[in-house]
Design a protein around this ligand. Structure first.
Ligand code: 5GP
Ligand code: ZN
Length: 117
């Protein structure tokens, strides 16, 4: 598992930094965002340190698909299927990515607008 010692999400994965974990398996972890932007705001994170979308390799395709599988499971557990939810990936500084370790944002519990801000 290629951890980056300066990466906050790697520290959470290694249990060096606490987080409210809602799912964990061999390949991924999910925890509540420390600064929630909606009543539900969960982050789904691969255990492999992949800085951004352009760092994804052919070998990572199954792992990236797994993130959606985990998100779907959490959404079902939280009862979000009926009303819906938004999933977001911010990639790069112009899109607002602040943590350089890819993650899905799972957001729900309020109205979301389109186009996004
Ligand atoms: P980004 O801006 O990269 O798309 O998303 C990073 C997210 O990580 C932000 O929503 C931010 O609130 C969250 N975050 C940053 N540091 C921590 C932390 O130490 N713990 C948790 N649980 N979330 C964090
Ligand atoms: Zn990392």
């Amino acid at each position: 598992m290629s951890a980056d010692p300066n990466c906050i999400f790697c520290k959470i994965i290694e249990k060096k930094t606490p987080a409210s974990v809602v799912h964990e398996d061999e390949h991924a972890i999910a925890f509540e965002d420390v600064n929630p932007q909606a009543p539900v705001h969960t982050l789904i994170v691969p255990k492999k340190h992949i800085p951004d979308i352009h760092s994804i390799t052919v070998a990572d395709r199954e792992l990236v698909g797994h993130l959606f599988f985990v998100a779907r499971k959490i959404a079902a557990q939280k009862g979000l299927e009926k009303n819906g939810y938004r999933m977001v990936i911010n990639n790069g500084p112009g899109a607002g990515q602040t943590v350089l370790h890819i993650h899905l944002h799972l957001l729900s519990g309020r109205a979301f607008h389109w186009p996004p801000g």
